[in-house]
Design a protein around this ligand. Structure first.
Ligand code: FES
Length: 140
């Protein structure tokens, strides 16, 4: 499994984590290219179906990342996301998904360094987990 390169789908909030990713880029910070960013206006709009669909499509991990608690531009969207992720982590193992492949982080707009560090660390951890083998077991 030495050649395994994970694919990670990251749903990132427009106002904080996406801006942090932009800052990381303009600051010429590097992070692994395994992470595919999907910009959403708020983590509160990340429907649990999006997460499940990402796993079924072969994602090795899914990240939801947005504004710190209290900083959500839509008041409480990140709290809704936190509740949904907690429930998803309880439900996913019943369908054969490792709940450790689903992450939630808060990365603010000025935290470009934190963004690059978090992505690097996440890719390393998922690389150690190995590929998401649920997809190969499914009859589609
Ligand atoms: S606007 Fe960023 S999490 Fe809600």
């Amino acid at each position: 499994m030495a050649d395994f390169e994970p694919t990670i789908i990251a749903f990132v909030c427009n106002w904080c984590t996406y801006t942090a990713a932009d800052l990381a880029g303009t600051s010429r910070l590097t992070y692994p290219r395994n992470v595919r960013l999907i910009r959403v206006m708020c983590t509160g709009m990340v429907d649990p179906q999006y997460v499940v669909k990402a796993f079924l499509a072969g994602a090795d991990a899914v990240l939801v990342s947005g504004c710190h608690p209290g900083d959500c531009h839509y008041i409480n969207g990140n709290f809704k996301a936190r509740r949904r992720i907690k429930l998803l982590k309880e439900i996913l193992p019943r369908f054969g998904f490792d709940e450790g492949r689903l992450r939630l982080t808060w990365i603010g707009a000025s935290e470009g360094v934190d963004f690059a560090h978090t992505m690097t660390q996440l890719v390393d951890e998922v690389r150690a987990l190995g590929p998401n083998d649920v997809r190969s077991q499914m009859v589609l």
